[in-house]
Design a protein around this ligand. Structure first.
Ligand SMILES: [Zn+2]
Length: 183
C-alpha cells in the first residue's frame, strides 16, 4: 500500500499539474503481477467471454480452463482446455466468437471421445488453409460454432452437413448414454 502511494506521488509529480487522486488500492492492483491477478479472478462458473479475453495468462470459461497461448499458425485451439491467442482483445466481436467457438470444440470432444475428435476434428482443422466464412463452414468448424453458441454467417447448407458429420462419427456408446442424434 505504502509503496503504491509513493509510486503514485512520484508519477503525479512527473506528470506535472495532473490533480486526479487515485486510491492506493487501485495502484496496488496495477503493480500486482498479471498471473496473481488472474488467479484472484479465476472462476470456473464464469460465462463472460470478455473476462477470458481480459485475463493475462489464465482464466476459466463454462467449467473449462483457459490458457492464453496460441497454437500452430498463431490460431486459438482447444484440447480439454481452451488455448486462446493473447492477441485477441476484450470487447472485439471476433474475439468473443473465438472463445465461444473453442468452447464448442470442447463439447465436440465430449461428444465424440478423444480418438474420434483428434481424427475427425483436430486434424482437418489444423490442416485447413481456408479462411473467413469458408473456414467456419467446414463440418468440423461449423459444429463448434453451433455447440458454442456462435452467431456467424456460414455457407448455405453447411450447418446441416456439419450436424450430419458429427452424428455419423459419434460412437455408439456415447449415443446410448442419451446424447441426441440418430440411432
Ligand atoms: Zn475451430
Amino acid at each position: 500500500m505504502q509503496d503504491g502511494y509513493i509510486v503514485d506521488m512520484a508519477l503525479k509529480r512527473a506528470d506535472g499539474d495532473k490533480e486526479e487522486k487515485r486510491p492506493a488500492e487501485e495502484c496496488a492492483a496495477e503493480k500486482r503481477p498479471g498471473f496473481i491477478n488472474d488467479l484472484r479472478n479465476l472462476s470456473f462458473k464464469n460465462t463472460d467471454e470478455n473476462k477470458v479475453l481480459a485475463a493475462k495468462y489464465v482464466s476459466a470459461y463454462r467449467g473449462r480452463l483457459v490458457i492464453k497461448r496460441a497454437g500452430p499458425k498463431g490460431r486459438s485451439f482447444s484440447l480439454f482446455a481452451l488455448f486462446i491467442s493473447p492477441k485477441l482483445e476484450a470487447g472485439n466481436q471476433y474475439a468473443i466468437n473465438t472463445v465461444k467457438h473453442e468452447y464448442g470444440h470442447t463439447l465436440q470432444l465430449k461428444r465424440l471421445g478423444l480418438p474420434v475428435y483428434l481424427k475427425a476434428i483436430a486434424c482437418p482443422s489444423m490442416k485447413s488453409g481456408l479462411s473467413g466464412i469458408e473456414y467456419y463452414s467446414q463440418p468440423w468448424e461449423v459444429t463448434a460454432d453451433i455447440l458454442g453458441g456462435v452467431e456467424r454467417e456460414h455457407a448455405e447448407g453447411a450447418e446441416e452437413i456439419g450436424e450430419a458429420y458429427l452424428a455419423d462419427r459419434q460412437p455408439r456408446r456415447k449415443l446410448a448414454k442419451g446424447a441426441s442424434g440418430p440411432q
